[in-house]
Write a new protein. Structure first.
Length: 197
């Protein structure tokens, strides 16, 4: 009996050290060596200026709310107060839920204000399952081109070229859908045509 208890305790200690300490440290070390940017969340920083440290802007992987008319808007988010990585989730409302219907109706009306003759792309009025999606469809970006061009005093062709430059194809040619990272597109938009104060 004592021998069985001792064996059980030793196995527990050994596996705790091996799988709870050694394995995570080895995997973290390998990730830091081979995939440092991805392992650290693909963070985006401002360019360092003379004497000023770079400032964190966001991540390639987590969406942000953009509401100003001079920026491309992201998908709505149901994660916490919006894009809260600690509270990732969808709304879990059924399609017939009155709150969901009212929110979508309001979002459609708000988007139609800019372009009343075009159908609003679905991803501009529905949240993703995680609530953190950083991407929109090319159709959602195209829908916003007229507003952006007007706000930034650019031609629609110039804005369309920016959208095309930031449109990523399906992964491996067949996985997922084409997508546009909203933060990267807006940062490029700021570099191309900064908002005048």
């Amino acid at each position: 009996m004592k021998r069985n208890i001792l064996t059980a305790v030793l196995y527990t200690v050994a596996t705790t050290i091996l799988f709870g300490l050694v394995y995570p440290l080895v995997v973290t070390g390998i990730a830091q060596l081979l995939f440092k940017d991805k392992a650290n969340g693909q963070l985006i920083y401002t360019q360092a200026t003379s004497g000023a440290a770079p400032q964190l802007i966001g991540s390639h992987l987590i969406g942000q709310p953009f509401t100003a008319p001079a920026y491309f808007h992201s998908r709505p988010s149901a994660a916490g107060n919006g894009y809260d990585a600690a509270n990732s989730s969808g709304s879990n409302y059924a399609p017939t839920n009155k709150k969901l219907i009212d929110r979508i109706t309001s979002d459609v009306a708000s988007n139609r204000h800019d372009d009343p003759d075009t159908a609003v792309p679905i991803d501009l009025v529905t949240a993703s399952g995680s609530g953190l999606d950083p991407d929109i469809t090319p159709a959602a970006a195209d829908f916003q081109v007229t507003r952006i061009a007007r706000q930034r005093h650019l031609s629609e062709d110039a804005v369309n070229r920016l959208v095309a430059a930031h449109t990523q194809p399906r992964q491996l040619g067949f996985l997922g859908e084409p997508r546009v990272n909203v933060l990267e597109l807006n940062l490029d938009l700021d570099r191309t045509a900064p908002i005048k104060p």
